[in-house]
Every structure is written in structure tokens, then in C-alpha cells.
Design a protein. Structure first.
Length: 252
């Protein structure tokens, strides 16, 4: 196996999707709603920024659904970007960029804007509040007037502790069943990647970049919508919701 073998990278891409679905069984539903909203606001040929793109899961679905679309995927993780580069090696509609969203100059690494849509999923809750507020201002400047930003993420509501607890217990039981059937969780997936001859060094590099695992900073959807309006978006609201997660949309 070598770094130019498409099947090898495709297998890793599918493996990443399965690992993510272990945490998010409604992952495809949220992607569908996301792309519905992109198409509703930007039409059939949008220029999209895929923020914290990982292996390119959103871009893959975007380009399959909208053949006229183009996407710029941004991430800092060298292992996930390597999978994306191998998986999309023959796809000219996707450009991949390595950039750190915590760096205030990150947008300078992008192809020139503006963009019709910015999309992201299960990533921004890892950013400290100050970095996220600054990032929302950066995104407002990158979007064209009428452009849309979509963030599908973990946004538990503190006002519904009973609902939250019941859902968490239910999801834990589901995950236990699926793990017993062979599903990989986050730590097992990364252990497999670390043992891979082509990804092992990149996983080590990733550890140097991100350090050890830490607890994320989930915030309710209303926190996001208020700060998006403060950042210059004309309006913001929730377009999809589960018990613990939601998708916030904001129009520039």
C-alpha cells in the first residue's frame, strides 16, 4: 500500500465516517439539512468554505449533491488532511488548506473570497469563547451579502436537565451495543491510525499540535445566535435540533 492508492484513502475516509456516526447516529440528517439550507440561500453552484473540514465529509456530500459547487476545506490536523488529500486526489472542485482557526491571521491562507456559504460540524465547541467570537467576525467578513453560515454542533440546553439526562443514558446504551459489535470510538480509531504505516507519523505530529485531550466548551444555541448577530450577521436562528445538538444558521 502506498500514499497514492485511492482505495487505501477511501477506506480511511469511510472508517472516519463510521466512527463519527457512532457518536452521531443522525449525522446524515444534519448534513442533509445543512445542504438544503446552503442550496436555498446560495443556489446550485455555491462557493463554500468547509471549516474544520477533517477528512472532507461535508464537502463530499456537497459536491455529490451540487455538481456546480466548489469547496475550500480548512483544517489543522495533518492526519485528517492527509486522508482528505488522498481521498479527493482526483477532485478539482475541492481545495484543501492547512490553517489554525485560533490564529487571527488564519483567513489569509485562504483563496480570495467572498464565499456563498460557510459550513462546519462538531468542531467549534473545542474553541475557547474568545477565539470563537473572533472567528464569527472573520466569517462575516468572508461571506458575500446574503451568504449563510451553518454550524452543527453540541449545544446542550441547561434548562432541560431531565431531557438531557435521559438522552445521554439512551445514547450510552446504544454506543455500548455498537461497540460490542465492533464499532470504533474516538480513542480506538486514533489508535488504529497511529499504528498505520502512512498515518503514524502524522498522528504523532497531531499530538504535538493539539496536546492532550481536554473537555470541550459546549454552549447553548442561543449563545451562538446572539454572538453571530453581534459579529455582523443580519439574523441567526436554529434550523435543526436534537436533544443535545443543534444547527445554527446565520445570514450575512
Amino acid at each position: 500500500m502506498n500514499g497514492t492508492d485511492r482505495e487505501y484513502w477511501d477506506d480511511w475516509q469511510r472508517s472516519w465516517d463510521r466512527q463519527q456516526e457512532w457518536y452521531l447516529p443522525d449525522r446524515e440528517e444534519r448534513f442533509r439539512v445543512m445542504l438544503d439550507t446552503v442550496e436555498a440561500h446560495a443556489g446550485p453552484a455555491p462557493r463554500v468554505l468547509d471549516l474544520a473540514c477533517g477528512t472532507g465529509s461535508i464537502s463530499e456530500r456537497l459536491l455529490a449533491r451540487l455538481p456546480g459547487a466548489v469547496s475550500v476545506g480548512v483544517d489543522l490536523d495533518p492526519a485528517l488532511l492527509a486522508i482528505a488529500e488522498g481521498h479527493f486526489a482526483a477532485e478539482p472542485r475541492l481545495t484543501l488548506v492547512s490553517a489554525d482557526l485560533r490564529d487571527g491571521a488564519w483567513a489569509g491562507r485562504l483563496p480570495p473570497g467572498p464565499y456563498d456559504a460557510v459550513v462546519t460540524a462538531t468542531a467549534l465547541h473545542w474553541l475557547p469563547a474568545a477565539d470563537l467570537v473572533r472567528l464569527y467576525g472573520d466569517l462575516a467578513a468572508l461571506l458575500s451579502p446574503g451568504g449563510v453560515f451553518l454550524n452543527a454542533d453540541h449545544t446542550p440546553e441547561p434548562a432541560t436537565p431531565l431531557l438531557n439526562a435521559a438522552d445521554e443514558a439512551f445514547q450510552q446504551r446504544r454506543q455500548q451495543r455498537e461497540r460490542a459489535a465492533g464499532a470504533l470510538d474516538w480513542s480506538r480509531w486514533w489508535a488504529a491510525a497511529a499504528a498505520d504505516p502512512l498515518l503514524g507519523d502524522l498522528v504523532a505530529e497531531r499530538r504535538e499540535i493539539f496536546g492532550g485531550h481536554r473537555d470541550p466548551e459546549p454552549r447553548p444555541a442561543a449563545w451562538h445566535t446572539a454572538r453571530l448577530v453581534d459579529a455582523g450577521f443580519r439574523e441567526a436562528g436554529v434550523v435543526w435540533r436534537s436533544v443535545a445538538d443543534s444547527m445554527v444558521a446565520a445570514v450575512r
